[in-house]
Design a protein around this ligand. Structure first.
Ligand code: GLP
Length: 365
């Protein structure tokens, strides 16, 4: 079997997104039953790298749809520094700790679940790898249907995980009567429409890259800003730029970028702004984009499916989705940039540049 390239994984994503919808009763019913049997009031979401960014998105989905307290935290901070239930508002059995590790062996995430179990909390492990360490540590387990990725930088797995847990949250919301049939149907339809539109998002992202290639390939440092549900998208985009194209990149919540970092920005900075969903933050983004162009650099790129007046550098997607699902589409242009720019300058994203593995974040290196 030929190994998929990074671009190959991105293009293959719609197929596993469809699995997330179609197979939700297979991968999900145990977890749904487990959730319905318990009365969770607080959920801690943890994971490392791409999985941490995924957990931040999923935290937002669960809080919104399931009306629980939710905290996303880095696993090692959780293990060594975090107080899980400081005011004792919750009973131990009302707290669930969720750990996501696509490969199932991140030392940090496995350690966090071991710590959570020792403290007497329920644990849920999520992984693509059956039989991996995390599946043995956690008392409940959800198998990801993203299928094993054949290169290090995760793309298909990230995107699929988001949709898989959206589907689970929708099912739980419906089965626990938090939402009625009409809302349930609408949320499921939103997901199906997103999957149908996904290839368009990939194609338009590729076309955008090709149009800007000459300029983008000169990028030496970048910053990415997002707001609301797409702040985690900015974090994931930053990670992708680092682990592939290898150019220093910062990621900020849009408003936070105005508080300090600008002093280090010059006309060679490339600034990407994610216009996730319409509202006051979106309007603010339009003003901020014009300001950056005026005061700092011409290299300002807005990415959005909403209506706005575009410059030749912007990506105006012809499709959009609900705010809750929007992180699934807005990460795509950055995955595409990471893959295409690397390809262009001769970086093989299937080979890790790290040669000294004497310290690693994974157990199986
Ligand atoms: N470079 C990779 C990241 O891309 C990945 O996100 C992280 C977590 O992996 P996992 O989800 O398997 O725990 O591990 C590595 O550090």
């Amino acid at each position: 079997m030929t190994k998929l390239t990074m671009m190959g994984h991105i293009k293959d994503t719609a197929r596993v997104l469809q699995r997330a919808i179609d197979e939700r009763k297979d991968y999900g019913q145990d977890f749904i039953d487990f959730w319905l049997k318990n009365n969770f009031k607080k959920v801690i979401f943890t994971g490392s790298g791409t999985s941490y960014n995924a957990m931040r998105v999923i935290r937002n989905i669960f809080v919104k749809l399931l009306k629980v307290e939710g905290v996303a935290v880095e696993p090692t901070v959780f293990t060594y520094s975090e107080s899980i239930n400081p005011s004792s508002v919750f009973r131990n059995n009302q707290v669930l700790v969720v750990g996501l590790s696509q490969h199932g062996d991140s030392i940090s995430t496995c350690g966090a679940l071991q710590h959570a179990a020792k403290c007497g909390f329920s644990t849920l492990g999520i992984s693509e790898q059956l039989g991996s360490a995390i599946t043995k540590i956690a008392d409940h387990y959800v198998h990801l249907v993203c299928e094993e990725e054949q290169i290090g930088p995760e793309t298909r797995g990230y995107t699929e995980t988001l949709l898989q847990f959206y589907m689970l949250a929708v099912e739980i919301a419906y089965q626990s009567r938090l939402i009625g049939k009409e809302k349930y149907d609408q949320l499921v339809n939103d997901a199906q429409e997103l999957v149908n539109n996904f290839p368009t998002v990939v194609n338009e992202s590729v076309a955008w890259y090709e149009k800007q290639q000459e300029e983008l390939v000169e990028m030496q440092k970048a910053s990415i800003a997002g707001f609301g549900y797409n702040f985690p998208t900015a974090l994931e985009a930053r990670l992708k730029f680092f682990e592939t194209f290898g150019r220093p990149t910062s990621a900020y919540e849009q408003e936070e970028q105005l508080h300090g970092p600008l002093r280090a920005y010059h006309d060679d900075n490339f600034i990407f702004l994610i216009g996730g969903n319409m509202g006051s933050e979106f309007k603010r983004m339009i003003d901020i984009a014009a300001y950056y162009r005026r005061a700092y650099t011409k290299h300002v790129f807005v990415v959005s499916g909403e209506d706005f007046e575009t410059t030749r550098r912007d990506l105006k997607l012809s499709v959009k989705t609900s705010p809750l699902l929007s992180p699934i589409i807005y990460v795509v242009p950055f995955q595409v940039l990471s893959a295409k720019l690397s390809e262009k300058v001769g970086i093989d994203t299937s080979v890790s540049p790290v040669t000294d593995n004497s310290i690693s974040g994974h157990m199986n290196v």
